[in-house]
Write a protein that binds this ligand. Structure first.
Ligand code: GLU
Length: 309
C-alpha cells in the first residue's frame, strides 16, 4: 500500500528570465522549508507566459531546475509550465465573464496614469475609464487599438493575513486578466494554477505582497479558498537595493567559478536565516529539522558579493 500524499501544497514559481540568483534561491529554500515543515507537497512551476512568447533562451528553465537540485531541494510531481496551460486560463476568463463580469479596456498606460481616479477608489486602482463604454464607443476604440480584458473587481479593499507581514490591505480594482498583446496576466495565471495544483500555501518574495489581495479575491471568485501567505524579505545588495545579476557573483554558476560551491551557498543562506552558524556545513534535512517559521528574520538580508569567495 502506498501512503497517501498530503492534500495541501506549497510551491516555487520562477519566471525563466535569467538564472536564479542567491535571492531567488533563498526564497526557494524558504518555500521548500515552509511546505515540508507543514507536511505539504512541494511543487515547482515555470512561469513562462512571457518568455515563451518573446525570443528567449529556452535552457534557462532547465538551469533553474538544476540549480534547485544542486541546492538540495526536491519537489513532487511534474514541473508545470504555464505556456502549456492556456486552455485553463481561457476557461477561467469565460467563468469570470459570466460572473463577476469582464470588459475590454483600450487605455494606454499613459492614459491610466493621467486619468483622475474615482472618488472612493483605493490608491493605485484602475480609474474605470473603459467600464461604461457604449457598444459604439467600444467599436470605435477597437478599430484603433487591441483591447486588454479587465475583470469587474469593484474598487474594494481586501485584507489578507501574512505569516510575516501580518494583516495587509490592498486594492482590488478592475485588474487585467488578459493583456492587449493577448498574453494572460500574471495575476490570473498564478491563481488558476495554484487552484488547479492544490496549492494552499504561497511563500514568495515580499515584492509580491501587494498582489496578494487581488489574488485572494480572484481565488474566491473562481470558487476556491485563499491560500495562506508568507511573503519573505528580499535579498539586497550593499546599497540596500534589491539584488540583481549586475551585482556580481550572484548565481550558482558565477559562485562556482569563484570556488564557492552549492554546499557553501546553502550554508550561507542557512546562516542568513538563523538556521546555521557561519561556515557550518548543513544539509536541507538539517535545516528542516531546525526550521521555525515564527523565528525568521523580518528584514532584508544584504548579500555582499565581495566576500563570496
Ligand atoms: N513568477 C513570479 C516571479 O518569478 C512569482 C510568482 C509567485 O510566486 O506568485 O517573480
Amino acid at each position: 500500500m502506498t501512503t497517501p500524499m498530503p492534500s495541501g501544497a506549497g510551491r516555487f514559481a520562477p519566471s525563466p528570465t535569467s538564472d536564479l540568483h542567491v535571492g531567488n534561491l533563498r526564497t526557494a529554500l524558504l518555500a521548500w522549508l515552509f511546505a515540508r515543515h507543514s507536511g505539504r507537497r512541494f511543487l515547482v512551476r515555470i512561469e513562462d507566459l512571457d518568455t515563451a512568447r518573446v525570443a528567449h533562451d529556452p535552457a534557462v528553465a532547465d538551469r533553474q531546475l538544476a540549480d534547485l537540485r544542486a541546492l538540495g531541494l526536491d519537489w513532487d510531481g511534474e514541473v508545470v509550465r504555464q505556456s502549456r496551460r492556456l486552455a485553463a486560463y481561457a476557461a477561467a476568463v469565460a467563468r469570470l465573464t459570466d460572473s463577476p463580469g469582464t470588459y475590454p479596456c483600450f487605455c494606454s498606460r499613459r492614459e491610466i496614469a493621467e486619468a483622475v481616479s474615482a472618488p472612493h477608489a483605493p490608491p493605485g486602482a484602475y480609474p474605470g475609464t473603459c467600464r461604461r463604454l457604449t457598444a459604439a464607443e467600444r467599436a470605435e476604440r477597437a478599430a484603433r487599438r487591441p483591447a486588454a480584458l479587465r475583470v469587474r473587481g469593484g474598487d474594494i479593499t481586501v485584507e489578507v493575513v501574512d505569516a510575516l507581514a501580518g494583516r495587509f490591505s490592498g486594492p482590488v480594482d478592475d485588474f487585467v486578466l488578459r493583456r492587449n498583446d493577448g498574453a494572460y496576466a500574471y495575476n490570473l495565471a498564478v491563481v488558476v494554477d495554484d487552484l488547479a495544483q492544490g496549492v494552499d500555501q504561497v511563500v514568495r518574495g515580499d515584492d509580491l505582497l501587494a498582489s496578494s489581495p487581488r489574488q485572494a479575491w480572484l481565488t474566491e471568485r473562481l470558487g476556491g479558498r485563499r491560500p495562506t501567505y508568507a511573503h519573505v524579505p528580499l535579498v539586497v545588495n550593499r546599497q540596500g537595493q534589491r539584488l540583481a545579476k549586475r551585482d556580481g557573483a550572484v548565481t550558482l554558476t558565477d559562485l562556482a567559478a569563484r570556488g564557492v560551491g552549492a554546499d557553501a551557498v546553502r550554508s550561507r543562506l542557512a546562516a542568513s536565516l538563523g538556521l546555521a552558524e557561519a561556515g557550518e556545513p548543513v544539509t536541507t534535512a538539517d535545516l528542516l529539522a531546525r526550521f521555525d517559521p515564527t523565528a525568521l528574520p523580518r528584514t532584508p538580508w544584504a548579500w555582499d558579493a565581495g566576500d563570496a569567495g
